[in-house]
Design a protein. Structure first.
Length: 75
């Protein structure tokens, strides 16, 4: 279900929003929603990654070890 929110931004920010939206050929409101959704998705991903590392990082490192040489990073 979609929700609607109202926010206030400066004239300069809105002009920048309109320019960015025009480059994507979408209305400014749609572009703002996409940017907000992407930012929140990224935040949720990073929180999940931090949680995984906190819960399983030690066991993962013990099982798989660490790279022994700089060339191992490229593999």
């Amino acid at each position: 279900m979609a929700r609607e929110i109202r926010i206030e931004i400066s004239d300069e920010a809105y002009e920048a929003l309109e320019r960015a939206a025009a480059e994507k050929h979408v209305p400014a409101e749609d572009y703002a929603g996409r940017v907000l959704d992407a930012d929140l998705t990224r935040t949720r991903f990073l929180e999940g990654a931090r949680s995984f590392v906190a819960q399983h990082g030690k066991a993962f490192g013990e099982h798989f070890g660490r790279p022994t040489s700089p060339s191992a990073d490229a593999a």
